[in-house]
Design a binder for this molecule. Sequence first.
Ligand SMILES: [Zn+2]
Length: 78
Amino acid sequence: MRLLPILLFLALAVVFFLPMLRRLRLPARGAPRTLPDELVKDPVCQTYIVKSRAVRRTDAGQVRYFCSEQCARLDSGG
Ligand SMILES: [Zn+2]
C-alpha cells in the first residue's frame, strides 16, 4: 500500500490547513467599511459624538445628529 502515507499526509494537511484557511477568511469576510470617526455636536445637550454612532434625524432636509434617542425626541418634539 503506497497510498497510506499519502492519505496520512493529506489528512494532516487538512487538519493543519483548515484552521488557517478559516482564520484567513474571517477578516476578509467580516471586514467592516471603516468610516472616519467624525465628531458631530448634539444640539440638545451640546455633546460631541462619533458620527457613525450618533442617532440621525433628518429635519427639513437637514441632517441632525444626537447622542441618544432621548435627545432626538427632545429636539423634534420640544
Ligand atoms: Zn444628547
